[in-house]
Design a protein around this ligand. Structure first.
Ligand SMILES: Cc1cc2nc3c(=O)[nH]c(=O)nc-3n(C[C@H](O)[C@H](O)[C@H](O)COP(=O)(O)O)c2cc1C
Length: 219
């Protein structure tokens, strides 16, 4: 069975657009037989990386010296096959989410190698994550508003030498609702998001057709 950890970085947590899209994605994954644990970056107490000297690489490889909720998160991440990072676009990330992303550093083994002209590392052997997926919502209409966030998460995956399994992007996400009710178009988007979750688990990848359907203009 595929085990996933999803981290929702929206300060709006359960009430936000990101939660709406992520809930459908998780539904699709669980329908296809996956187990997904959902956590909220803003509910966890995660401080910014403050040592600034790569303690987790140099002094205590694999260990973070900051004692906060990341210490609860590390074992969950090590056991997961898939990491889902879900976030609103804030050019690029909300602060709590950025803290979590920075604090993933102890999972990375500092044996650096050069691949295709870039310095890359690998996850420690006891970290199981095989794929990283992005789920992002944005306010403005064009899907290109998500480009910076996609770049951040793709870089993270490439730095850690795991597969970037793709991005579920919903620009202009407020347009999925009118007067707080999900529109017909919004329901069609959420159906496609569920399909993307099921495809990821069932086929190991999300189809371009499904991802395009999710990101399509709603006007
Ligand atoms: C501080 C802040 C910065 C934002 N920056 C952008 C942006 O650069 N581009 C964009 O398309 N939307 C931007 N938005 C809109 C959010 O990405 C969008 O409303 C998102 O769906 C909110 O998700 P949530 O309800 O889960 O928090 C911003 C919102 C906030 C609060």
């Amino acid at each position: 069975m595929i085990r996933a950890v999803a981290i929702n970085g929206s300060p709006q947590m359960e009430k936000g657009n990101t939660a709406l899209v992520l809930a459908s994605f998780i539904q699709g994954m669980t329908d296809a037989g996956s187990e997904v644990e959902l956590l909220y970056a803003s509910r966890l107490k995660v401080k910014p990386c403050s040592c600034g000297v790569m303690y987790c690489w140099n002094d205590g490889p694999g260990e973070c010296c900051i004692q906060d909720d990341m210490q609860l998160l590390y074992p969950k991440l090590k056991a997961a096959d898939v990491l889902i990072l879900a976030t609103p676009v804030y050019v690029p990330l909300p602060g709590d989410m950025q803290n979590v992303v920075n604090r993933l550093m102890p999972l990375i083994d500092p044996k650096l190698e050069t691949r295709q002209g870039r310095t890359r590392a690998r996850l420690h052997e006891d970290v199981n994550i095989q794929k990283i997926v992005l789920v992002a919502t944005s306010g403005w209409r064009e899907v290109e508003n998500c480009d910076t966030v996609v770049r951040v998460v793709r870089e993270l995956a490439e730095d850690a030498s795991v597969e970037f399994a793709g991005a579920v992007l919903r620009p202009h996400s407020d347009a999925m609702k009118v007067d707080d009710k999900i529109t017909e178009d919004g329901e069609a988007v959420l159906d496609a998001v569920r399909r993307a979750g099921s495809e990821l688990v069932g086929q190991g990848r999300m189809s371009q057709e499904t991802l395009k359907m999710i990101s399509r203009p709603l006007f």
